[in-house]
Write a protein that binds this ligand. Sequence first.
Ligand SMILES: [Cu+2]
Length: 382
Amino acid sequence: MLTRRAALIGAAGVAAAPILAKAAKADEIMDTSMAESVDLSKLKRVKHRLVRPPMVHDHEQTAPAEPRIVEFEMQIVEKEVEVDSGAYLQAMTFNGSIPGPLMVVHEGDYVELTLYNSPENMMQHNIDFHASTGALGGGSLTLVNPGEKTTLRFKATRAGTFVYHCAPGGPMIPWHVVSGMSGAIMVLPRDGLKDDRGNPVSYDKVFYIGENDFYIPKDENGDYKRFSDVGESYPDTLEVMNGLIPSHVVFNGKVGSLTGDGALHANQGEKVLFVHSQANRDSRPHLIGGHGDLVWETGKFANPPERDLETWFIRGGSAGAMLYEFLQPGVYAYVNHNLIEAVNLGATAHVVVEGTWNNDLMEQVQAPTEYDAAYEGKTALP
Ligand SMILES: [Cu+2]
């Protein structure tokens, strides 16, 4: 087993040396020792155990009057993930999943995260919360070596869905992000969500869909290369990344992670909130057979949602939210409506909905059947 320093130097071998220097510099600039202390001792503390996406930890949709300190723990895990059959990614993850878990708090709450960088890891990591204010989103205050932990507290002053991601400096930033190190936090308004007319709305369940673009190198025969650790995968991966053509675009870390046994389930009449994040690249979610009843395309709840959308846009580096009430039973496909990315590269999820078919909304009036083209006058047009 490598010592921590040897591991860092090993990982730094190709790439990280200037990055570490950069990180150290950011550290020097970020001197918070002169700041006045704040007394939050009267605030109630709650602790949530994070769960694996697409599921979300238990939470209230409206908050008690007083803001709280909401504690979370996350462990950073570097590991190999088979993202499609025969395609192995040297992944870097928050809590072992891609995306990292969805955290839910309310506007005005304090988020207190303890981040563990496992001693088995090779790389320095940190966390940049788009929901927070200052210190590169907390990135400058959370840089941890393997075997180190850190605790960051920030006030959630803006309501919405926001990306968090690793950003350890320089070219490490995009690499860690496209290796899986991103997730999202949802900061709910204290009195819950409102529609475009200001009426309260609630949801029956939340699904968290994190979309990722991966850049897995191939060998001279066109087969995916496999690497022994993250450090070894870096130079070839960088070359593919800089070509800007992903080998995979997937939901929740793998091709097919949300189809088949992983499909999402809902009942007719249920209102489902879909939170969709993409930390690096643009996406355009679409629910085949359904709509976005209410869509917070930019994910920020101070802005009224749009109604009845067919397709919406997730800017790379953001998370959006969409609410839909399922009106018909059956299988719905939730896709990135760049259909090449959906079908050929992996960005497809299925929602299986139980219920009773409504013939008023749609009916198959005539099932496919052969017809006499000459008799019906439907031969080739001139
Ligand atoms: Cu990282």
